[in-house]
Design a protein around this ligand. Structure first.
Ligand code: MRU
Length: 354
């Protein structure tokens, strides 16, 4: 096993480049990849060296800066034109998590609103990327606190099931779903995490389990098809998952398998919570039907690691996300509080947050 980091920061600005924890090598190796160029950030997002909705937003923001600093023109219009081309390249990496698009839009806004020289725009872009990074940490801590307020009050110590990895590795360094779990652990409200292994890429087995072990949080790994049985046995008191994109009506896209988990939770009367920052909500989409679902390479399905598990002649389907209808979700927990999914837009409007 690798050395244990006391806290995990998957995207770090360090000495003029970006350090990414290579999430494809965990849990066996805790290694960093140094990113100097936007093209390398594009590859890192596509190959999931960095993954998780808020983390790819932060990575894309730095990618915008890395691309911007390579632009040689001093002409503002030409600079903005080339920056738009960089944005196109970064947007094409992964389609589902809206945080990526949100962060790129925020970087472009910075550039357009900065009226100084090209060099000043570049400095403003770095500042915005660092701000997005720092804000996400605070946001996740707030989600953790808000989540603690709505977790079931009994039993005193809860068993919480989570899917995929919505932890420090998936954000700037604290986690959304796992942030709530961290808070519950700190306040002695958690007995144990049940982590779904999360086929096909095994983020639960590899990443969530690793994060829990680093912090001494008791964790039990189950395969995805064990959740119903565990609920039937009364082992699960709540489900808490992250999100990649939430439509205005509360329908939520998250890692494939989340939808079936929500159905199973409802069947067993287990509360099902979605934890996400406001940057994951896409009010331009009326329902989850409009959320683009990424399809990934068949090799993720026909092999586990290097081992091919299927016979010749089989066909494959590999959607990376699914959409959980709002009516299966008990509450959506944001940094500004927990909301019934069908009241999300209205309540955020009341708070002037939309
Ligand atoms: O394909 P991934 O690993 O990027 O998918 C990650 C998830 O589905 C997470 O649950 C989601 O991004 C929320 S992360 C706080």
């Amino acid at each position: 096993m690798s050395p244990c980091p006391s806290q995990v920061f998957p995207v770090v600005w360090y000495e003029n480049s970006v350090l990414l924890i290579d999430q494809t090598r965990l849990p066996h190796e805790y290694a960093f990849v140094e990113i100097h160029r936007c093209e390398d950030m594009v590859q890192a997002i596509k190959t999931m060296i960095v993954r998780g909705a808020p983390a790819i937003g932060v990575a894309a923001a730095y990618g915008m800066y890395l691309g911007a600093r390579e632009i040689s023109t001093q002409n503002r219009e030409e600079f903005l034109h080339q920056l738009e081309e960089i944005a196109v390249m970064l947007r094409a990496t992964r389609p589902t998590a809206v945080n990526l698009f949100w962060a790129i839009a925020r970087m472009l806004k910075t550039a357009y609103e900065m009226l100084g020289s090209v060099e000043q725009i570049k400095q403003a872009l770095l500042h915005t990327a660092q701000t997005i990074n720092a804000e996400d940490l605070q946001t996740c801590q707030a989600i953790g606190d808000r989540g603690l307020e709505v977790l079931p009050s009994t039993p005193e110590k809860l068993n919480i099931l989570t899917h995929c990895n919505a932890g420090a590795l998936a954000t700037a360094g604290y986690g959304t779903a796992l942030g709530i779990i961290r808070c519950a652990w700190a306040k002695e409200r958690l007995a144990r995490v049940y982590a779904d292994e999360t086929r096909p890429r095994l983020q639960g087995a590899k990443l969530t389990a690793w994060e829990c072990v680093q912090e001494g949080i008791p964790v039990t790994l189950i395969t995805d098809n064990m959740a119903a049985h565990c609920m039937q046995q009364g082992l699960i008191h709540a489900v808490v998952v992250g999100a990649d994109r939430i439509a205005a009506n509360g329908d939520t896209a998250n890692k494939i398998g989340t939808y079936s988990l929500a159905i199973v939770a409802q069947a067993h009367n287990v509360p099902f919570f979605v934890a996400a920052p406001l940057s994951t909500i896409d009010f331009s989409l009326t329902s989850g039907d409009e959320i683009p679902i990424e399809e990934r390479d068949a090799s993720e399905v026909y092999a586990i690691g290097e081992t091919i598990i299927t016979p010749e002649g089989v066909e494959f389907y590999n959607p990376a996300f699914d959409v959980t209808p709002a009516d299966l979700i008990t509450a959506i927990i944001t940094e500004h509080g927990a909301f019934a999914p069908n009241q999300l837009q209205e309540k955020l409007k009341e708070k002037n947050l939309v």
